[in-house]
Design a protein around this ligand. Structure first.
Ligand code: ZN
Ligand code: ZN
Length: 127
């Protein structure tokens, strides 16, 4: 569904090896639990405390993530870290979990392309 998911495992691992994951926005990252959706499908929850991005990448190396969530010990609400792209074919605006989601096709849309009801514009017009 998402164009972000077209990555191969090799591409993802070289991406994570080249990219220092910025954990500075997390206050005391070792107190948080990381959960991610691996390229192979299942959700993985780390049972280890992550103190640095190096540790995180080590964990990733067995199963490359496409989606990473962090939960804090004080709150179990996941923070969506990945962005998706608007479901409108010609639109490449980023959308997040907080943006409009069509009830029928389950795609997310940016403000300009969201539907007026629970469906997106193209699903609204389906017979
Ligand atoms: Zn739709
Ligand atoms: Zn759009």
């Amino acid at each position: 569904m998402s164009r972000i998911l077209d990555w191969s495992e090799d591409e993802l691992s070289s991406y994570y090896l080249d990219t220092e994951i910025d954990l500075s926005w997390i206050d005391k990252s070792s107190r948080h639990q990381f959960r991610w959706k691996s390229l192979k499908g299942p959700w993985i929850t780390s049972d280890r405390r992550i103190s640095s991005s190096k540790k995180l990448i080590e964990l990733f190396s067995n199963s490359m993530p496409t989606d990473v969530y962090v939960s804090t010990s004080s709150s179990s609400v996941p923070i969506p870290q990945s962005v998706d792209i608007c479901g409108e074919i010609n639109c490449s605006k980023n959308v997040t979990a907080f943006d409009f989601r069509c009830f029928t096709c389950r795609k997310r849309f940016c403000d300009a392309h969201k539907g007026t009801g629970i469906d997106c514009k193209s699903c609204e017009n389906l017979p």
